[in-house]
Unconditional design. Sequence first.
Length: 275
Amino acid sequence: MRRPFPLRCTLGDVQPSTLARDARVYDLAQPYYVGMPHHPSHPPYLYSMTKKHGDMHSPAGNSSAADAIALGSHVGTHIDGFGHFSCGGKLHGGHVAADVQSYGGGLTVHTAEEIAPIVRRGVLLDAAKDGVLREDAVLTGDALQVIAAEQGTAIEAGDVVLIRTGWAQYWEDATRYINAVRGTPAGPGPDLSGAKWLSAQGVFAAGSDTVAFERVPAHDMPVHIHLLFEKGIHIIEALDLEGLARDRVYEFLFVGAPLKLRGGTGAPLRPLALA
């Protein structure tokens, strides 16, 4: 793969003009639209224009339009904070959940506001190989290791590892994408062994193009518990990885800045891959 910049370098080693001129930029975020897919546990995305052109205008005939949105912090392409899941009444690091949360203020620890902008080496594991995984496909640790080996992709500590299942192709069909069975989504993803394989590599974050990252239904959500609660590894969901897979870009510079939501358990994210 062409490398316009050394992947292991710090940004201080790269001239901004070179990075801007030579890098291919892949937008990994899905678009927001009314009726878009969302996990049943989270509220839908709402949108409305609040002022149309012509409602008000200046003496010269100029006018402006404006709009308003409402959405859950785990709707659309987003990142999970460590406070998103608890186990035994505690959050990651042993914080007692009841002591650090309120409806009006959210969390006081592990908040989305505390997630710094992410600039790290990114890795794509294309589990679908130009296709789409079946909804019952389980990505074990052994399966992920095989995918990485077949691609010739090495995973390093601190990486952001993104898993493509192909389900981003269903994004414009919310019913198909969520694929609810008895009220809960069903779709492919890693099982607990896959999550433990990722954590053993020392990854900073793991993400995928599905609504739940892990193989669902999984009522106890063991992958979320392992990564967020036990290991302090972020999860990124609802990515668009089709462009990277199409061009067989398996290593890249990952850049993403979560919204600074004070008290938030997660936040919308606009991630980019530069290759």
